[in-house]
Design a protein around this ligand. Structure first.
Ligand SMILES: C[S@@+](CC[C@H](N)C(=O)[O-])C[C@H]1O[C@@H](n2cnc3c(N)ncnc32)[C@H](O)[C@@H]1O
Length: 218
């Protein structure tokens, strides 16, 4: 399910920059990941830690769905954090949506659900295990870990994504660009020995990209 136009408009209107508003309306209209996350945590009301949160869109969306009380987003991009905070204040959600400008693996005093959407591949391969372990450390016993990432599997979608990431790097949207796309085994190898069961399913949306949704629980 895709958020209805009313929710999309309401969330976008909280952001002060026209470019962000256009991006958010398009993103919420085409990307099923926000609804997939709301569905994954339905009925388990816990705080949610969003690693690599960008503008904090997931927090705005989950609050609009009345899916949680507390959202903490981490991102090292100061511009996105400042814009997201400003938008949360405008919506009267300044206390409910906490956005922190920090590295993705900075320990937080919270355990609950954990989301990490389209982030892993921006870290070098040697840091990805650390970040997955960090996510597990912040997962409550009945929490859900929601990961979305491109998976390295040699498909045409995978190759299309590699080209898209080259473009994103060239325009400077994500400084540094993609470092390493993990395989399914790379992810299982970290999660399963920690007692985490993970289910993979494709989540391509209306894109040519090789995006997979992983929902994981203890
Ligand atoms: C493609 S965006 C995804 C944003 C958000 N998760 C979403 O789906 O709307 C990836 C985000 O990861 C952040 N990021 C990448 N490496 C990071 C790191 N080491 N520490 C914190 N944030 C990081 C980037 O700044 C960027 O905002």
């Amino acid at each position: 399910m895709i958020p209805d136009p009313g929710i999309r408009r309401r969330i976008a209107s909280r952001f002060s920059r026209a470019g962000d508003r256009i991006y958010i309306r398009g993103k919420l209209a085409t990307d099923p990941v926000y609804t997939a996350t709301a569905n994954a945590i339905e009925g388990r009301r816990l705080p949610l830690l969003d690693i690599g949160c960008g503008l904090g869109l997931l927090g705005h969306y989950l609050h609009a769905c009345d899916a949680l009380d507390e959202y903490i987003g981490l991102d090292h991009d100061g511009r996105k954090i400042a814009q997201g905070r400003d938008a949360a204040r405008r919506a009267g959600l300044g206390d409910a949506i906490a956005l922190r400008e920090t590295d993705a693996a900075t320990p937080q005093g919270v355990r609950g659900h954990v989301a990490m959407l389209d982030v892993l591949h921006y870290l070098p391969r040697e840091r990805q295990d650390e970040l997955l372990a960090f996510a597990v450390d912040h997962l409550a016993d009945d929490g859900v870990l929601i990961l979305r990432n491109v998976i390295r599997d040699g498909s045409w979608r995978y190759r299309a994504t590699v080209w898209e990431e080259k473009f994103i790097k060239a325009v400077g949207w994500i400084p540094g660009g993609a470092q390493y796309f993990p395989t399914e085994d790379d992810i299982r190898r970290v999660l399963e020995p920690r007692g985490i069961r993970v289910a993979f399913r494709p989540l391509f949306g209306r894109t040519p990209y090789n995006s997979w949704l992983m929902t994981a629980t203890r």
